[in-house]
Write a protein that binds this ligand. Structure first.
Ligand code: DI6
Ligand code: FE
Length: 408
């Protein structure tokens, strides 16, 4: 037999493959090995079963744990300014909805984002992205939605694409033109949706700037009818959809999203049984965002027991945004998903790997340590995977492999 030639080999690790085809929690291989070739995982399994092969480089994980690179499947991390003042207001009793209705909230970030040029947006977003990356994130989704005019929406998406090209991380972009009503369309939401569908989304799609289309279906966002028009326009351009659904009220957004075969329905604090059933039937991922729940001091917990019982895959993401979730720690979200939403640490980690990949339409490509998958790995100085969700404020990251290459 000829020995295989690998680019690199990782040993001295427990490998939390997150591969459901492997027995046991986390798909854990206690004394594992991972071989990498051509930016892909060539082999993963018990070290004792490693086929004969030679690697150009052998890396020790130091007795730690290897997981798939983390995936943050829901962020709004490109924006101008911040909303610390609004945070202060909320602490004196104003609600998120009251601030939004008074012209603050998302509208205030829209004004600051419109005023920022691409360089300024890049300079503001890059540290946020790097903070996520420092915790082992190898893929991140970034939404538009703070421009709400063609020029600024496209600028946000170009900045997101630039981040993906200039940082060793994959950026998946989502067009969120239907995030809020811009001031120039005050009182005319249907006209704004027309503008999105016939102008902005068309230009965004033709420029190849978006990988998916999202909307905010809620009392301070858009109605299900308006959302459906956006979904139809997305479908006409061959773009998959996702939805901010049931965050503040039950608008039956998840049912609508499922009807359009959405990749994900996100937030879901107010999700009803009909929504759970629809997500299960459509195979749509439920993206849980404990940072927004926590920062808004929400008391309605997403129906995790019912989602679990129905077999709906649950992802966990930061929702990194200046208003409801100024969060740049995905590890903290794993902890909050467990403590606030009662996920198990294994479910939380699957939510930031395998299910997060699926929420981005990348489930066949990443999110597991399995032969054939992209070689995106995080190497941790921990002795068991539950430590990732258990500890708060610890960052046990030892190394990151992106497309087979060790990231600096
Ligand atoms: N829900 C959210 O949590 C974010 N957007 C949305 O539709 C918040 C956006 C913001 O407050 O700036
Ligand atoms: Fe969001």
């Amino acid at each position: 037999m000829t020995d295989t030639a690998w680019d690199s080999l990782w040993i001295d690790a427990a490998v939390a493959t997150l591969d459901p085809d492997r027995p046991g929690a986390y798909g854990l291989v206690p004394d594992g090995a991972v071989a990498v070739a051509g930016g892909r995982i060539a082999w993963a399994g018990p070290r004792a079963d490693l086929p004969p092969g030679a690697a150009r480089e052998t890396h020790s994980a130091g007795g730690g744990v290897i997981t798939p690179g983390l995936i943050d499947a829901h962020t709004h991390l490109v924006y101008g300014g911040n909303r610390a003042r609004e945070f202060e207001l909320r602490l004196t009793g104003a609600t998120y909805e009251e601030i939004a209705r008074a012209g603050g909230g998302i509208a205030s970030t829209v004004a600051q984002t419109r005023a920022a040029d691409a360089d300024s947006l890049l300079a503001q977003a890059r540290p946020r992205l790097r903070t996520l990356m420092a915790e082992g994130v190898t893929t991140v989704e970034i939404k538009s939605g703070y421009g709400l005019d063609r020029e600024t929406e496209m600028r946000m998406l170009r900045v997101a694409r630039t981040l993906g090209k200039t940082e060793p991380v994959d950026v998946i972009t989502t067009f969120l033109g239907a995030h809020a009503l811009p001031p120039e369309f005050a009182g005319r939401p249907d006209a704004y949706i027309d503008h999105i569908c016939t102008d902005v989304l068309v230009q965004v799609a033709e420029a190849g700037l978006a990988d998916a289309v999202d909307a905010f279906c809620d009392t301070i966002g858009f109605t299900p009818e308006q959302t459906e028009r956006v979904f139809k326009a997305a479908a006409a351009h061959g773009l998959p959809v996702k939805l901010h659904a049931e965050q503040l009220s039950d608008q039956k957004g998840a049912v609508l999203a499922a009807r359009y075969g959405a990749l994900s329905a996100d937030h879901l604090e107010c999700l009803g049984d009909d929504g759970v059933a629809a997500l299960a039937a459509a195979g749509t991922v439920a993206v849980l965002l404990p940072g927004a729940f926590y920062c808004l001091r929400d008391t309605r917990v997403p129906p995790v027991d019912r989602l679990r019982a129905a077999g709906v895959p649950m992802a966990v993401a930061t929702d990194c945004n200046p208003g409801s979730s100024p969060v740049t720690s995905l590890l903290l979200m794993l902890n909050m998903a467990c403590v606030l939403f009662r996920l198990t640490p294994e479910e939380a980690l699957a939510g930031a790997t395998r299910h997060a990949a699926r929420a981005l339409g990348l489930g066949d490509d990443r999110g597991m340590v399995r032969a054939g998958m992209r070689a995106d790995l995080a190497v941790w100085d921990i002795s068991e995977p539950a430590e990732l969700a258990y500890a708060i404020g610890a960052n046990p990251l030892r190394a990151v492999v992106k497309d087979g290459v060790v990231r600096d």
